[in-house]
Design a protein around this ligand. Structure first.
Ligand SMILES: *Cc1c(COP(=O)(O)O)cnc(C)c1O
Length: 382
């Protein structure tokens, strides 16, 4: 006789946030069993296969050769050396790391995994990175906006109370820290409050595309602590590999397993894996660290210069590789630089950012040219 008060759930562990939040059809879904997923190049099936006739590839090497691998074969689903390399870098286990085509694909995967189309919503905090809303709209998910608010330090920070009022109404919360286009880190305690509030009801994504410029503030080391936390990373910014299209999604293994069902069967091209593995080797990591430090120095001096200019009304604090500022001469500066072949970004269409421009930290020579052109040619008539 079964006791009717006890739910028929013989699992000893409570359900993870991943299980509770995911689209239900994904829980039992078996991902496409690609040839390389069934038998990876380093698979432990016992037999060391040398003759591969299971994936309709060409057996010959063809035109292009890589140092590590023959490119006539499909790549591994998630190449071991690459995942190990990033796991070491982020100080995580390999089952907490998924390699994607840029962080942008990570954004899309989280939405597709956790939002039921035409039913569920995401939450964003504008001004913020544009792809969260684009990916949501592409998938048919609604976008709830809880704008950032100005802190006492003149930074834009989370409206934690307003965000927490949306518990139960959204499936994914996107936080960007350091923020794009704002530049500053979000308060760590605010982020933790949000993650805790949405436990079991929403995935909280902390987008760390710029974390190498403020590495001590990463949330990656909190992945064991919070089962609804996802951290997004990329090789596009500090690693100087935007053309590679390589990013990483970091989360507990339950979440990574679900995302792995939704991602394409061969998401990591072999040449991408080879270059990314090199970029994660110790001597290259050191180069990236040095590049980030140099960028930070140039940023500090660009911010100071902007602060000293009469035409500049506000310089936003930046923990990233760009500086956002407000000026009544927004159009004049944009057009002046454009006429000299220099592109900066107009952010004035973003919520709360009227008259704001964003300059990426280029080389010292490039930034000096920007300063020189503005100093010599901007007509300030006030
Ligand atoms: C650049 C950027 C990304 C996208 O990075 P990719 O890896 O190039 O796709 C994601 N989030 C933020 C905040 C970014 O600025």
């Amino acid at each position: 006789m079964s006791n009717s008060n006890v739910p028929e759930n013989n699992k000893s562990q409570p359900a993870s946030s991943a299980e509770l939040i995911a689209r239900t059809e994904l829980l039992d879904m078996v991902p496409y069993q690609s040839a390389r997923r069934l038998f990876s190049s380093k698979s432990n099936t016992g037999a060391s296969s040398k003759i591969w006739l299971n994936a309709n590839e060409s057996s010959g090497p063809g035109l292009y050769q890589l140092s590590g691998q023959c490119i006539n074969r499909y790549p591994d689903f998630q190449p071991d050396d690459l995942i190990q390399g990033y796991a070491d870098y982020a100080n995580l286990n390999t089952d907490q790391v998924l390699c994607t085509r840029g962080a942008d694909e990570g954004i899309e995967l989280v939405i597709r995994t956790f939002c039921q189309a035409y039913q569920d919503s995401i939450l964003i905090c504008p001004p913020t990175y544009g792809m969260y809303a684009i990916s949501a709209e592409n998938h048919g998910a609604d976008v709830i906006k809880v704008p950032l608010i100005n802190s006492d330090q003149g930074e834009m920070q989370l409206d934690v109370d307003a965000i927490c009022q949306q518990v139960g109404k959204v499936k994914v919360v996107f936080l960007c820290s350091p923020g794009n286009p704002t530049g500053n880190l979000l308060s760590a305690s605010d982020i933790e409050t949000v993650i805790t509030a949405f436990k079991g009801s929403a995935i909280v994504v902390v987008d760390e595309a710029y974390i190498e410029f403020a590495p001590e503030h990463s949330f990656a080391d909190k992945i064991d602590q919070y089962d609804n936390l996802v951290v997004l990373r990329t090789l596009s910014k500090a690693f100087a590999l935007a053309g590679l299209r390589c990013g990483f999604t970091l989360a507990n293994s339950n979440i990574i397993e679900l995302l792995s069902k939704v991602i394409a069967p061969y998401p990591v091209p072999a040449p991408v894996a080879e270059i990314a593995i090199n970029a994660l080797a110790p001597e290259q990591l050191l180069q990236t660290q040095i590049r980030a430090q140099e960028s930070n120095q140039l940023k500090t001096s660009l911010s100071a210069w902007l602060e000293s200019q009469t035409w500049c009304q506000k310089v936003y604090p930046s923990d990233a590789n760009f500086v956002l500022f407000r000026t009544d001469y927004k159009d004049d500066i944009f057009k002046l630089l454009l006429s000299q072949g220099i592109l900066i970004r107009d952010q004035s269409k973003q919520l709360q950012l009227d008259n704001c421009l964003r300059i990426s930290i280029g080389s010292e020579r490039e930034l000096n040219l920007v300063k020189q052109i503005i100093s010599q040619q901007l007509v300030v008539n006030r």
